[in-house]
Design a protein around this ligand. Sequence first.
Ligand code: NOJ
Ligand code: CA
Length: 565
Amino acid sequence: MINDLWYKNAVIYCLAVGTFMDANGDGIGDFAGLMRRLDYLQGLGVTAIWLMPFQASPGRDDGYDISDYYKVDPRYGTLGDFVEFAHAAKQRGIRVIIDLVVNHTSDQHPWVKQARSSSDSRFRDWYVWSKKRPRDANKGMVFPGVQKSTWTYDAVARAWYFHRFYKFQPDLNTSNPQVQAEILKIMGFWIQLGVSGFRMDAVPFVISTKGPGITKPVEQYDMLRTIREFLQWREGDAIILAEANVLPQTDLEYFGRAGDRMHMMFNFQVNQSLFYALAAADTGPLVKALNATRPRPKTAQWGTFLRNHDELDLGRLSEAQRRAVFAAFGAKPSMQLYQRGIRRRLAPMLDGDRRRIELAYSLMFTLPGTPVLRYGDELGMGDDLSLKERACARTPMQWSAEPHGGFTKSDHPIVPVISTGAFAFGHVNAAQQRRDPNSMLNWTERIIRMRKEVPEIGWGDFAIVRTRDEAVLAIRYDWRNNSVLFLHNLAATPREIVFRTGVNHDDGLLVNLLSEDHSRAGPSGDHRVLLEAFGYRWFRVGGLDYLLRRSELDNPHPFTKASRK
Ligand code: NOJ
Ligand code: CA
């Protein structure tokens, strides 16, 4: 295995330029502001920033409706500002990945304007048309309840066009070789400007066949290999992090059996069962999801997350499980969205209970994969349910107790800063938390620091350790002659568990990485640990000379072994 695969153990921090920091006082976050906050992000310890879409856009889906892929939205700055930012991040050792939104464009994109204007336009076939209203026009909506259909009539084009998402987001005909070439060109452009890769939006839809006659869309997985090849030819260590909420049996189609497609995917399967586990103190389905998503090429990696900028999609849970999560975390209709999810931020979902918030993040940092945090999570930021749909969890970053949370000098922020209630910027902000050693911010900084010292999670193989208590998850990672073990008690009551590490180089000592309470096995080799309600432990198996024990190679004879087969 090549040691250089940075994404195997990164800490990714996702943010939207428009709501992070406003430098020029017009109420809208910008690259100049973000750049001045890079020292904050470096101090927090994140190793990569994922920027939500910032290209020119009418902004009807927070930038996921792009009208010019080669331009920065002027509200955020210029291409020059972007390059300055990318350079400043690089100087601090922080990589930048950006959203690649190529399933659809904005309906204001010049391509679609030309495509509509005439059936002879060379852009006509860049989109997906139908002369008649397709029979399944009211099926397959991604935003049920808000989005009425997937086909809309266009009076100028005198035809129906396909849109998987909102109607102002016409789907690109991604099977068209010209569109495919343009996608690579867009990637090449941003790679040239210094990004380390892409969070690719809506991947299953990008690669799907589209058209009026298509009743059973087929995923064209080969497209993923072409995209990967191009990317790695242009920039060897650039990656793609795929947004693909798919079933485990197709994971390998996305990663590629030989690791030749997507480098990373968000683990939606684990995400949903993790929320169920938190809701019901039942780790059974989570263990199932971990095992189901275990197979992946050695070079591939999961993106582990709790909440993102969208609703918490619970569509993959069973009816009963979903009901349990709704009851625990989003009982009111105003908290729910699209008939399948919860639109709140994490901290309010967990009633601002510090024990549970730490537990959830400790899990996120120690489950198999690379953690993906969201801006403001390090402060325990809340939401504003008076804002519509997903906007409620996209409020500006709360920097200080100054007006508008120190986000802007303007009195008209692009999105109102949370100013009332328990999560208001007066109580929850970075400036105050920086001074408080026990704040969420300092906890997050410390946990990130420790996460970086546990590369076993990103590189190693995991094993679920038996505890005989379904409320407690015990997971162990083995890598290069070292092992680490994590315990999480999801219950609201203390639990005493008895377990064996199952490691041969176990000399009976588990060193606690976060506090002084280490564990010594009894004469039989059993460890007995009392976990307080929502308690968690990070242990290293064996003494602190582990670094001396760590081997340099996964397998000392990789070539000879392979060639013997
Ligand atoms: C997925 C993104 O995460 C979401 O925010 C967006 O609305 C859709 N894709 C459409 O681009
Ligand atoms: Ca601004």
